[in-house]
Design a protein around this ligand. Structure first.
Ligand code: GTP
Length: 172
């Protein structure tokens, strides 16, 4: 059986992570949680602790702020994987001044069909007003382009709004 590639989009606190976790938890464990967040301050540490506490023993956590492509290649194809989230992964590379085109190409190449589902979470950041500084505008544009590229490769794309999932792409 071939797993699906599923992209879950949503705004901050939209419930996208919880929806993604519930989706992956439908598969038998062990389940891989690929965390791209870096805890630079106490607030982020608390957020991460809350996430860790709600994951049960089926989950194996991999902290991976940068090389998600290499990790995906290493994880067993039959293991369900959740990557949370691509927007923080992009932020990490932008702040480190890495070659975004190269990193994105490697990530997209790693989105190959696997035996189990691969679920990716990303923020939809483009709904607000035009940011007033160049870095924020670049980030918004890069995030939007990345979401489009991942969505093009995904079998299913779900937009989570106020905790409610709306399927916007479903290749049967
Ligand atoms: N480093 C690390 N990060 C984690 C871990 N568990 C969760 N995270 C990160 O926590 C982030 C989600 O934080 P939140 O601020 O709660 O999510 P949100 O996007 O605002 O809210 P939702 O839309 O409801 O998911 C994700 O990007 C994960 O990478 C972990 O074990 N380690």
């Amino acid at each position: 059986m071939t797993g699906r590639i599923i992209l879950i989009l949503g705004g901050a606190r939209s419930g996208k992570s919880r929806h993604a976790e519930a989706l992956v938890e439908q598969s038998p464990g062990p389940l891989a949680y690929v965390a791209t967040a870096q805890a630079f301050d106490a607030e982020m540490t608390t957020r991460i602790d809350i996430h860790r506490a709600r994951r049960d023993v089926r989950w194996q956590t991999h902290d991976c702020p940068f090389d998600v492509a290499a990790l995906l290649a290493d994880l067993p194809s039959a293991q369900p994987v959740l990557v949370d989230c691509l927007t923080l992964w992009l932020t990490n590379h932008m702040l480190a001044d890495h070659d975004l085109a190269r990193e994105e190409a490697a990530l997209l190449a790693a989105l190959r069909p696997r035996a189990a589902d691969l679920v990716l979470v990303a923020n939809e950041v483009g709904f607000g007003i035009v940011p007033d500084n160049a870095l924020a505008r670049r980030f918004r544009d890069c995030a939007g382009r990345l979401n489009q590229a991942v969505a093009a490769r995904a079998d299913r794309v779900i937009l989570v709004v106020a905790g409610l999932p709306l399927t916007v792409k479903d290749v049967a």
